[in-house]
Design a protein around this ligand. Structure first.
Ligand SMILES: Nc1ncnc2c1ncn2[C@@H]1O[C@H](COP(=O)(O)OP(=O)(O)O)[C@@H](O)[C@H]1O
Ligand code: SF4
Ligand SMILES: [Mg+2]
Length: 338
């Protein structure tokens, strides 16, 4: 049994302009000790998936279909009391902005102590000692337990939030763009720390980012989202080496370091589909240089490609898309060369 199992998840937001299908029929799982990265452009539904798992969707958002289980226990129908018991203890959250997640009124240490004592019968002194250990583990001075969020730099606050997320050694940590707001060097340090801590605790990670190099560095498996759908998923060494979806290929070619730069840099101009009224066929059709007439008529299902890789593309089911890459990119004016 997987630690986290998401199957056929549908999520909608109600808006004045009508409902938005932010997530459509998304399925994936995360095993114990595994790191899963979810990538895709802004607005493709990544955070909505995280909020659905954590049951933190805003009032206008709702899960309209599918299942989410943690250790076999249903999260979708779970009541608030049970949810509060598993939050922090079994599943914790690192968000993009520590400023929103941390309470400005209390010191870092106080917030960690509260999190620990809500779930465990521990003395104030013991919890405070543990808070200081945690703060040290994420690379801050122990004395920082007494600091308030506004007394810390952005990087330090992010570290404090990681300390809090780890406080109860949860089996699953969800991190939504945990380093996006930081400079590259701090970003690298924090990712390294997350890596070391996960190894120490044996926790699993679900990390969301628009930066595939972050996934390449930290994860075992990846999911690629486009327009509310999961278009490709599988082990990193499969998906990033032999992508089966043109969108994944496009993402990879926009990041030459992973591929050693042997291919031309391309960008994928154009807009993702309108989620108020998504197209009938493949959602990537408008931006896909491999497109064929059938792609506009029918939506390609996510199919097995071997070794746990799955992709939703008619063309790559028949031939490896990389083989035709040069041809296609030269012929179709859809992707731009840099
Ligand atoms: N509270 C909300 N109300 C209405 N639409 C929303 C809300 N939050 C997100 N959306 C829409 O849902 C889609 C997915 O958003 P999101 O999950 O935040 O994407 P990502 O995290 O990949 O950038 C987007 O089209 C976004 O505009
Ligand atoms: S199904 Fe067609 S349009 Fe969609 S990604 Fe594959 S080739 Fe492109
Ligand atoms: Mg997001």
């Amino acid at each position: 049994m997987s630690l986290l199992n998401v199957s056929n998840l549908d999520v909608e937001y109600q808006t004045k302009e009508g409902p938005i299908k932010a997530v459509s029929d998304v399925s994936f799982s995360i095993e114990e000790n595994e790191r899963f990265g979810l990538v895709g452009e802004s607005g493709c539904g990544k955070s909505t998936i995280a909020k659905s798992i954590l049951r933190l969707l805003p009032d206008n958002g709702s899960i309209t279909g599918g299942e989410i289980t943690l250790d076999g226990v249903d999260l979708v129908g779970m009541d608030e009391k049970a949810l509060n018991e598993i939050r922090w203890a079994e599943i914790s959250f690192i968000s993009q902005s520590a400023m929103n997640a941390l309470d400005p009124v209390y010191s870092i240490g106080h917030q960690i102590v509260e999190a620990i004592r809500t779930h465990e019968d521990t003395s104030e002194a013991a919890a405070k000692e543990r808070a200081a250990d945690l703060v040290e583990m994420v690379g801050l001075e122990r004395a920082r337990v007494d600091s308030y969020p506004h007394q810390l730099s952005g990087g330090m606050r992010q570290r404090a939030m990681i300390a809090m997320a780890l406080a109860l050694q949860p089996g699953l940590i969800i991190a939504d763009e945990p380093t996006t707001a930081l400079d590259v060097i701090t970003q690298d340090h924090i990712l390294e720390e997350i890596d070391t801590l996960l190894k120490t605790l044996g926790s699993s990670l679900f990390i969301i980012t628009h930066d595939i190099s972050v996934v390449a560095e930290t994860c075992d498996k990846v999911g690629v989202m486009y327009g509310g759908e999961l278009v490709e998923t599988g082990p990193i060494e499969k998906v990033f080496v032999e992508p089966e979806h043109p969108y994944t290929l496009g993402l990879l070619n926009a990041f030459p370091t992973i591929e050693g730069g042997q291919e031309e840099l391309i960008t994928m101009p154009g807009q993702p589909p309108d989620l108020h009224d998504p197209p009938t066929g493949c959602r990537f059709y408008e931006r896909c240089p491999y497109r064929e007439p059938r792609c506009a008529e029918e939506a390609p299902p996510l199919t097995e490609r071997g070794d746990g890789q799955r992709a939703a593309c008619f063309v790559s089911e028949e031939e490896p898309i990389r083989d035709r890459y040069q041809d296609v990119v030269d012929k179709e004016e859809v992707w731009l060369k840099l």
